[in-house]
Design a protein. Structure first.
Length: 250
């Protein structure tokens, strides 16, 4: 078992008698799945755009939210706006997030996005310093990351692969942004999205991708000759450029 501290994560606690129903009406996934372990979900704008992604974890009489540190304060404010008269309490915790590979330790949870992403554990004691190359794992499976591929008020979760990553449920009922997300699922064919490309050299994250002289997308996380790219599928050619690098669809 290999486990390490995740210093860029924060843990928020939701407590109160209505904690589950409160979150169920807001997030993209079915909160009732907490009975089986971690739930990966997102909070969207009313227009269906991504605001934050996070893990929900059962913790006795409360639900923990494991979110990127850069989004934690804004997420707490947004949840507070929705609380109204619901019997819930929203508070920051001092819990640490440990993530690792190998067998899931006691008290830990398997990462629901992909088996190769291992497990997550919430405790008062931090893990060891980071050593695992998570970017290589993410690139190999086209798994977007907060603040890199996933941009608040810009990204759409279906273009980011949330259905494949078990981050959205189309049968749970209403949530904020549900109408737009459902329309993208059932009434249109996605014309843009993240995919894996082969890359013969590096380029800064966010570099424009061109194909036949036309703007085709952007390149993001890179590792081992592969990269996560956001592409317009109708313009993605057999050979593309990002700066001085040449890209090909994998």
């Amino acid at each position: 078992m290999i486990g390490e501290n995740a210093p860029d994560r924060r843990v928020i606690a939701i407590s109160g008698a209505e904690r589950e129903s409160f979150l169920q009406g807001l997030v993209t996934n079915d909160v009732r799945r907490l009975s089986s372990g971690l739930v990966y979900a997102a909070l969207l704008t009313a227009q269906g755009k991504y605001l934050a992604d996070f893990f929900l974890a059962p913790d006795g009489a409360r639900i923990l939210i494991d979110v990127h540190a850069d989004l934690a304060e804004g997420l707490m404010r947004r949840l507070g706006m929705y609380r109204l008269r619901a019997d819930v309490s929203i508070s920051a915790t001092e819990l640490h997030v440990t993530r690792g590979l190998g067998p899931v330790p006691d008290g830990g949870f398997a990462d629901p996005r992909h088996p190769d992403l291992g497990w997550r554990l919430y405790s008062e004691t931090p893990g060891t310093p980071p050593e695992i190359d998570w970017d290589a794992i993410r690139v190999a499976h086209c798994i977007p990351e907060t603040g890199v591929e996933l941009i608040p008020d810009e990204s759409y979760i279906l273009e980011a692969g949330f259905e494949r990553l078990n981050g959205v449920d189309f049968r749970k009922g209403c949530y904020v942004g549900q109408e737009v997300t459902a329309r993208m699922k059932h009434k249109t064919e996605l014309r843009k999205g993240f995919t894996i490309v082969e890359m013969d050299g590096p380029a800064p994250v966010g570099t424009e991708i061109t194909a036949d002289g036309k703007q085709a997308g952007q390149v993001f996380t890179q590792s081992g000759g592969l990269a996560i790219a956001y592409l317009r599928f109708d313009r993605a050619g057999s050979v593309m450029k990002a700066g001085d690098a040449t890209l090909r669809l994998k």
